[in-house]
Ligand binder design. Structure first.
Ligand code: NAP
Length: 243
């Protein structure tokens, strides 16, 4: 029995992609309850919850936009009302709308920051009183682009760099309360987001392993880090050599 047995896990943006894989990995490792969150695709989220239940976890589906404080509070409340506790928050919800800076309007960078950075802080803040009770863990899904910024994604890269900086500082603050904070920074992962980035020629050209990561491979790293009590304030890359 690992650390996750009997725990309650909240994963933002878990109707598809990496978030979905993280929910299912938590269920496989014995989590008692999982909160599946979506912003627009309720049907997809319901399917993920059904898959988690088949594995053996209880699951609730909660719609909400993490960039809104009230929605973040509602997500956390859903876990605490159902299971009386919250052990792990995975801030996975994120958006990438590729654009050159020259073509951006303020709303473009404000939205990337609102979801990718402020969204994570909203959920972390709402969850903190509960995580201090359970000596829980916050995992922030950042990106290699937060460490190695790229054109067409200056706003996204900056939002992920901010998330990495916040994770390291928060880990230092929260260690004395027994709460760990971890950043996981994937390279290219085979999800809708990677496909929406455009043609995937760069995968062959730039990734030494010549393929995208599978969401399940990222999910395993996330849960390995959650279960390892010495991992905090750490930035774990999983990039197939891309970094
Ligand atoms: P994805 O396939 O585009 O899925 C995004 C998920 O986030 C969906 O579940 C979506 O919900 C949800 N979401 C979007 N905006 C939200 C909001 N405001 N509030 C709540 N949920 C929201 O993305 P992914 O590739 O799995 O990415 C997951 C995370 O990994 C992101 O933070 C991303 O930046 C990061 N990442 C991805 C890659 C990659 O190559 N894919 C690489 C590095 C890092 P709906 O289904 O309802 O729309």
């Amino acid at each position: 029995m690992g650390w996750l047995t009997g725990r309650v896990v909240l994963v933002t943006g878990s109707s598809r992609g990496i978030g979905r894989a993280v929910v299912l990995e938590a269920a496989r490792r014995g989590a008692r309850g999982v909160v599946v969150n979506y912003v627009s695709r309720r049907d997809a989220a319901e399917k993920v919850a059904e898959e988690a239940r088949r594995i053996g976890a209880d699951a609730v589906v909660v719609g909400g936009d993490v960039s809104r404080w009230e929605d973040a509070e509602r997500l956390v409340k859903a876990a605490v009302e159902r299971w009386g506790r919250l052990d792990v928050v995975v801030n996975n919800a994120g958006i990438l709308r590729p654009k050159l800076f020259e073509e951006m309007a303020p709303g473009d960078w404000e939205r990337e920051m609102a979801v990718n950075f402020f969204g994570a802080l909203n959920v972390a803040k709402a969850a903190l009183p509960h995580l201090t009770k359970t000596r829980g863990v916050i995992v922030n899904i950042a990106s290699v682009l937060g460490l190695r910024p790229e054109p067409w994604a200056s706003h996204y890269s900056a939002s992920k760099a901010a998330l990495i900086a916040w994770s390291i500082a928060a880990a230092k603050e929260l260690a004395e309360k027994g709460v760990r904070v971890i950043a996981v920074a994937p390279g290219g992962v085979d999800t809708d987001m990677a496909r929406e980035w455009g043609d995937l020629d760069w995968v062959e050209e730039e990734i030494p392993l010549k393929r995208l990561a599978r969401p399940e491979e990222v999910a395993r790293l996330v849960m390995d880090a959650v279960e390892n009590p010495y991992v905090t304030g750490d930035v774990l890359t999983i990039s197939g050599g891309l970094l």
